[in-house]
Design a protein around this ligand. Structure first.
Ligand code: AKG
Ligand code: FE2
Length: 352
């Protein structure tokens, strides 16, 4: 994939330009609203988040329910025209598959609001971890994407690595912790999240010494690292680490931790199935952002991983590579979630 495509996708994770010119020194950076969010003093996963920049929550979803969500994900992808067969690699080709966004995840056709996705977002083990992290169970969740990556596809080349962070260098300290729920096993050869443990601790030093402040503008919550920039981290002992997960596990990571989603290797036969979900305290969202979030919810659109800021609804009208409108476009999920108060609060549609 062309690097430009990645940047384009990540532009949807972009804040509106704050200024074309570098702001005055005094207000150039944005401090963490929660400086003590993670610390090695905690007796739980928050210590790992502080030390390594990521943490695994084992069994965040009971295995049998996670298997059920994967079955629903399979039903969803098989619901498009074509002869996709999850057991037949010959059918894992473009004509049988809906369009992905440029990070190769499924974010269109209202998938983010399918019942199974909302059920997974409301899993107690998932909510409990984020509630512990933030010290409140009054949370908002992102309408993020689903990853369903077929191993060793015959029609497209393996995707190169795309090491990045999802937080602007203008933000200082921990602002966001992302989540990924594993619905398929993710062993060393399988597709999955690769993190660079410890890279979050070098975040400020890297940007302050290796980049210019002007290059941080307009503010975007993404930075894609070049090979030379990764060498800077390697020289400080920071190297990639494949996160291995079992079905139902969740990995949480600090948005300053360098990461990417890896493709399955030649040795893997696992169809990578994972759901992204990030939660923050509802109190962090402004009325304007909640209104944008409500609109995204009502049109069954997905958003980025930020649940409360820079809400940009991804379109549900998708165009094919030839520029024509995708006849598979949908105006609602296949199976609508039950609109409980709990769900509507997480969506930001009704207040806590
Ligand atoms: O697919 C993955 O594991 C990583 C996706 C990612 O970079 C993100 O959600 O921010
Ligand atoms: Fe990311």
């Amino acid at each position: 994939m062309a690097p430009g495509a990645l940047l384009q996708e990540h532009d949807t994770r972009t804040a509106p330009p704050v200024s074309k010119a570098a702001p005055a020194e005094s207000n150039f950076t944005i401090p963490s609203p929660f400086p003590n969010l993670v610390s090695t003093d905690y007796p739980d996963f928050r210590a790992e988040l502080a030390e390594n920049g990521f943490a695994i929550i084992k069994g965040a979803i009971p295995r049998e329910r996670a298997v059920g969500y994967q079955e629903k994900a399979y039903e969803w992808i098989k619901s498009f025209p074509g002869d996709l067969d999850m057991n037949d690699p010959e059918t894992w080709v473009e004509k049988n598959l809906p369009m992905t966004n440029s990070i190769k995840a499924y974010a269109y056709y209202c998938v983010s609001h399918e019942k199974f996705f909302w059920d997974a977002r409301q899993e107690l083990g998932v909510l409990g971890a984020f509630a512990k992290l933030w010290g409140t169970d009054e949370l908002l969740v992102s309408f993020d994407a689903m990853n369903l990556t077929f191993p060793n596809r015959k029609d497209v080349p393996r995707r190169p690595t795309w090491e990045h962070i999802d937080q602007s260098p203008m933000r200082r300290g921990v602002h966001c912790v992302q989540g990924l729920m594993a619905l398929s096993p993710s062993g060393p050869e399988d597709g999955g999240l690769v993190v660079f443990p410890g890279s979050h601790k070098l975040n400020e030093e890297f940007f302050d010494t290796q980049t210019t402040r002007e290059s941080w503008l307009p503010m975007k919550d993404v930075h894609v690292f070049s090979r030379e920039q990764l060498d800077w981290f390697a020289a400080r002992g920071v190297h990639p680490h494949k996160v291995c997960l079992e079905v139902g596990d969740m990995v949480m990571w600090d948005s300053r931790t360098i990461h990417y989603g890896s493709e399955p290797t030649e040795k893997s036969s696992q169809i990578r199935t994972a759901l992204y979900a990030t939660y923050v305290p509802a109190s962090l969202a402004s009325a304007d952002q909640l209104e944008l979030k409500r609109q995204a919810f009502e049109s069954y659109s997905s958003t980025t991983h930020w649940p409360h800021q820079y809400i940009v609804a991804r379109p549900n009208v998708v165009y094919l590579p030839d520029g024509s409108r995708d006849p598979r476009n949908r105006d609602g999920p296949l199976e609508r979630p039950e609109m409980t108060d709990k769900l509507l609060k997480l969506a930001g549609v009704i207040p806590y």
